[in-house]
Design a protein around this ligand. Structure first.
Ligand code: PMP
Length: 362
């Protein structure tokens, strides 16, 4: 332990849930519903599935180290050059590459107190210092984040929408923020849940890259595209930043089935629309359910909703005993809340019925 890098001993390992099959065995039930990881309940596009199948006979070969076809497809869809893209094994990995490239011991990294946990993990493992900024109404306080910037600040991370709160910053608010961040401070705009934001509310974050050379935008195929198990994400930035990231990146960080599936998934926007529509409908049902029972929740722009359910640890356990897995978020500084991913109608029904049973007994 003494010889580990600065920061490493203070890390806490990511706490994964048990495999669903194992839980089913332990609980003696066969139909567990998992609403814990903000996955796409519709699965993946059949076209992406076919693309993976077509790769099976090619697995003895290394993948394309530069993700040529996926970058070409992304470039066309996003209106940015292939040279401004960095691909990763999930968007988590592109963030890790960015930290490896730019963040060193003694630097400071700014993010919201209820921000996605990986920012804190990367900050700490880089030996840098986290500046967690108190939220305002569960959302990012951009003025306070700006005020926290000093000469040691290297990166500011903003998730929009944010996980686990589901809060959302308007394009105007973000643009005003970007105008005030010094150019030597990198901004990571994490848009993992971008596809769930209605078209008319989306920021032109890709267009902003030309105006703000310190801006980087990450997105993922794990959510609306339904490819969480394959691990593909990307970061768009200036070509100068992408050049550095691609030097640090391991050459074969994205595997061949993942690259093929992501390229096919991108071409199937009907599947994405269907996924987003289902999410809207089911989100409305969950909100109505909470409203009817007087349960407070944070209005969410993602594919999950975070509700105040006390005592959260007990309710989590009781839901689990009824075969419904949700996400406790005490580790995000929210010990009185549970995060519920929006599932299929019948899955959400199971959650609501199970919670009703628990509340009746309280
Ligand atoms: N950012 C946010 C805000 C997330 O919620 C997640 C997934 N939980 C990610 C990034 C990482 O997603 P992935 O690595 O699967 O692309």
């Amino acid at each position: 332990a003494q010889i580990a890098n600065p920061g490493v001993n203070g890390l806490h390992p990511y706490q994964p849930g048990k495999p669903v099959e194992e839980l089913e065995r332990e609980l003696g039930i066969s139909n567990i519903v998992k609403l814990a990881s903000n996955e796409n309940p519709l699965g993946l596009s059949p076209k992406a599935r076919d693309a993976v199948a077509a790769q099976l006979s090619e697995l003895a070969r290394y993948p394309d180290a530069n993700g040529y076809y996926l970058k070409a497809a992304l470039s066309e869809q996003l209106g940015v050059s292939p040279a401004s893209l960095t691909l990763g094994n999930g968007s988590n990995e592109v963030l890790e590459i960015l930290f490896r490239t730019f963040v060193r011991p003694g630097d400071e990294v700014i993010f919201d107190q209820h921000a996605f946990i990986v920012y804190a993990l990367l900050t700490q493992s880089s030996g840098a210092t986290a500046r967690a900024i108190p939220s305002q109404d569960w959302g990012h306080d951009l003025d306070a984040m700006l005020a926290a910037i000093n000469e040691r600040t290297r990166v500011v991370c903003i998730a929009n929408p944010n996980n686990p709160t589901g809060t959302f910053l308007s394009a105007d608010a973000l643009e005003a923020f970007l105008q005030q961040v010094p150019e030597n401070v990198l901004v990571v705009l994490d848009e993992a849940y971008f596809e769930y934001v209605p078209q008319d509310q989306r920021a032109d974050s890709m267009g902003w890259l030309k105006r703000f050379p310190n801006l980087t935008v990450s997105r993922t195929f794990s959510k609306a595209y339904g490819l969480a198990g394959l691990r593909v994400g990307y970061l768009a930035s200036s070509e100068a930043i992408a050049d550095l990231l691609n030097r640090v990146r391991e050459p074969f960080n994205c595997n061949a089935p993942a690259l093929a599936a992501a390229t096919a998934a991108l071409a199937d926007q009907d599947f994405v629309r269907q996924s987003v529509e289902l999410n809207q409908q089911e989100m409305a049902r969950l909100e109505q359910y909470f409203d009817q029972r007087g349960i407070r929740y944070i209005p969410s722009h993602g594919n999950f909703i975070t509700a105040e359910l006390k005592p959260a640890a007990t309710i989590y356990q009781q839901l689990l005993e009824q075969g419904v897995i949700v996400r406790p978020i005490a580790g995000y500084g929210m010990p009185d809340h549970l995060r519920i991913s929006v599932g299929l109608a019948q899955e959400n029904d199971r959650f609501m019925q199970a919670l009703d049973t628990i509340l009746e007994q309280q």
